[in-house]
Design a protein around this ligand. Structure first.
Ligand code: WTA
Length: 649
């Protein structure tokens, strides 16, 4: 963000107090901050009472070998039991866990906790029949259907860590994730619905599995009924799951037993496998879901619009809400199918009271116009949440006014795949929230903004966001790469977790997130690595060199802009070279990584040590005056780029 934009932000003086009735009945009061400050570990130990432990833990935190944390040491639990069985045992079997809304009109399913227990037990038995053992990895590549949740919980139930790969990723991306964690089984479907039409998923799995001979079986959910190729590794979900017994006794696993691996983009090309374990993860995802959204499990209808393929879906569609016994809405499709008011219609029809979405979606709705949500009765909404990127004050206010009737709190929640759960956020019954600020660290969380030397900056200054204390749902390592875990997060500032985000503290000490400080872009709330897209581009035979930057975009936050030098043999690349390269990136990584624009250039700006100066390219991409070029090896390069690109954007 530019300094100008930043000072505009920091002069934002509006703030919104919690509504009086919400504050009066809030799950959490200001006392929680004091309680946690007095004894952080006692605070987390108290939150751990939300979970049913098969065996109690002996120690809240073992931090004797930093940065490798162990939480709730010696405790044993079954995560699926906590999310499903115990609610049924408590007499809540008939309570709805999910109101599932398919994309085709009237394609809905109501799933109670008793239904979940039945299906999760059968799916667990099916995985066991397929030879999945405790500790084996299972890859899940599915659309937003109930079987995705069932498959995840079945894995958790038998202690097989899952790795859910977003359905928008390509066969290549899927294959590299399957390989990296050595998944034995892949669970997928024939396809899913997207914008009114079936869209195939299985071909990507076929391609990925052909390259990963260690995958033993592919379990295929029939969702769309479209034709699929069949191999001898394939098994229909309904054929293997439906005939299983609905009885399965969950085993208790160690609090530190791996629950899942979620891949996310890092600063290098290779995605990082973020490892989350069981006890601490469940405690913090459940506690934050209850406190940050003020969840009243008996009466609220909760909806998080994220895809389960991202961490937000893991923590706030599956584990947090189910551990809390909540009733959720889950929606399969896109917001504009069959019309641009579909989300608001769902809120109206199901009387959604807590809604959690991303700024990129909010900005899209702003563009579509206020009259669309105005057609629906949204009076059931009492708490709104935002996640994924900084929410600009305009979007915050629009969201509050048009979806929240100007009288509900908006919680801007900062966290990451790595943190597993919300870390910095207002509390809806406590905080007087400022539009655009994630405000303060939650009780029990230590966050700070530091300068280059790692010293805490005074109020009114900016720097790097760090986390100063271990937290229950923290990543435990990167799958198979402890050294990269140490290097990436714990080496920049001694003893502190480096989040990779810039931040500023205002005069009141409240935190404003300013975006990534590394080569990671945030496009529509999705993390993409510049290096990964550059590698995809240079893997095309017409490309000699590529540089990718994230340019500010009014709707998606950032957009991918690529600069490429073509190979001699490619000549001028031909008339369709840009389209060809965009399609190539989609094939290599996935449609979300497709550059918004590709500029063909003859040279790239480099320092004398050969490092590409992305800052200058960002200036070009954002159509700004190009900044300081004095460190360039050849300072005329930028002129050549500016004059050369007029025709190729
Ligand atoms: C960004 C998503 C500002 C940030 C849960 C972080 C945010 C990255 C916010 C993590 C927010 C997420 N305000 N920035 N409220 N929430 N971010 O791993 O840059 O997909 O580092 O996790 O998103 O993205 P990830």
């Amino acid at each position: 963000m530019s300094e100008q934009g930043l000072s505009n932000l920091m002069s934002e003086e509006r703030h919104f107090d919690p509504p009086a009735d919400l504050a009066r009945d809030a799950n959490v009061t200001a006392a929680a901050y004091e309680e946690a400050a007095a004894d952080r570990l006692a605070f987390w130990s108290k939150q751990a009472e939300r979970i049913t432990w098969a065996e109690p833990y002996e120690q809240v935190l073992d931090w004797s070998n930093p940065p490798f944390a162990k939480w709730f040491v010696g405790g044993k639990l079954n995560v699926a039991y906590n999310c499903v069985d115990r609610h049924v045992e408590d007499g809540k079997g008939d309570k709805v866990a999910f109101h599932w809304v398919g994309e085709p009109a009237d394609d809905t399913r109501t799933i109670t906790y008793a239904d979940l227990l039945d299906s999760v037990s059968r799916a667990a038995n099916a995985l066991i029949e397929l030879g999945v053992e405790e500790g084996d990895r299972v890859a899940i590549y599915l659309p937003m259907i109930p079987e995705t949740v069932i498959a995840m919980l079945a894995c958790a139930r038998i202690g097989a860590p899952h790795t859910v790969v977003f359905g928008g990723f390509s066969a290549d991306a899927l294959a590299s994730r399957i390989d990296d964690c050595d998944a034995k089984i892949v669970i997928t479907s024939d396809g899913g619905y997207r914008r009114g039409a079936p869209s195939a998923l299985k071909p990507a799995v076929d391609e990925a599995v052909a390259r990963s001979p260690r995958v033993r079986n592919v379990v295929v959910v029939r969702r769309t009924g479209q034709d699929v190729e069949w191999t001898d590794k394939d098994v229909w979900w309904h054929e293997i799951v439906d005939r299983q017994s609905a009885e399965h006794t969950p085993k208790a696993f160690d609090a530190e037993h791996p629950l899942y691996v979620m891949y996310t983009s890092g600063t290098t090309g290779k995605p990082k496998g973020i490892l989350h374990t069981s006890g601490g993860y469940l405690v913090q995802s459940a506690w934050t879901h209850w406190s940050v959204f003020d969840l009243k499990a008996e009466s609220d209808i909760y909806w998080c619009s994220a895809d389960i393929g991202w961490v937000t879906g893991h923590s706030y569609i599956v584990y947090g809400p189910l551990a809390n016994g909540a009733t959720s809405v889950m929606y399969e499709g896109t917001p504009d199918t069959p019309h641009k008011g579909r989300w608001w219609e769902i809120i109206q029809d199901y009387k959604v009271s807590i809604f959690y979405t991303a700024p990129t979606a909010i900005r899209t709705f702003m563009k579509w116009g206020d009259e669309i949500p105005a057609e629906f009765d949204l009076s059931s909404v009492r708490v709104l949440g935002s996640v994924g990127e900084p929410i600009n004050p305009e979007a915050y206010i629009w969201y509050r006014e048009n979806i929240g009737g100007d009288n509900v709190p908006v919680v801007d929640t900062w966290w990451q795949t790595e943190t597993g759960a919300i870390m910095i956020s207002p509390l809806p019954g406590v905080t007087s929230a400022k539009p655009g600020s994630a405000m303060t660290a939650l009780p029990g969380i230590g966050a700070d903004v530091v300068d280059d030397a790692g010293n805490s900056v005074p109020n009114g200054s900016g720097g790097y966001l760090v986390l100063t204390e271990p937290w229950p749902s923290m990543l435990r390592t990167l799958w198979g790469d402890d050294q990269r875990f140490i290097d990436t997060y714990w080496s920049r500032f001694a003893g502190k977790y480096f989040a990779g985000d810039g931040a500023k503290r205002d005069d009141d000490g409240d935190i404003w997130l300013l975006g990534r400080v590394d080569d990671v872009m945030n496009v529509s709330g999705h993390r993409l690595s510049t290096t990964e897209i550059e590698s995809a581009l240079v893997s095309h035979d017409k490309v000699a060199e590529a540089a990718v930057v994230g340019a500010t975009d009014a709707t998606t936050g950032q957009a991918v802009v690529a600069f490429v030098i073509l190979t001699e043999a490619a000549g001028d690349g031909g008339p369709d070279v840009v389209a060809e390269l965009r399609a190539h990136v989609a094939k290599e990584i996935g449609a979300i990584a497709k550059p918004r624009s590709i500029m063909v250039v003859s040279e790239l700006p480099k320092t004398r040590s050969g490092k590409i100066m992305r800052r200058l390219l960002r200036d070009v991409a954002e159509k700004r005056e190009v900044g300081d070029v004095t460190t360039l090896a050849d300072s005329t390069v930028m002129d050549a780029i500016k004059t050369g690109i007029g025709s190729s954007d």
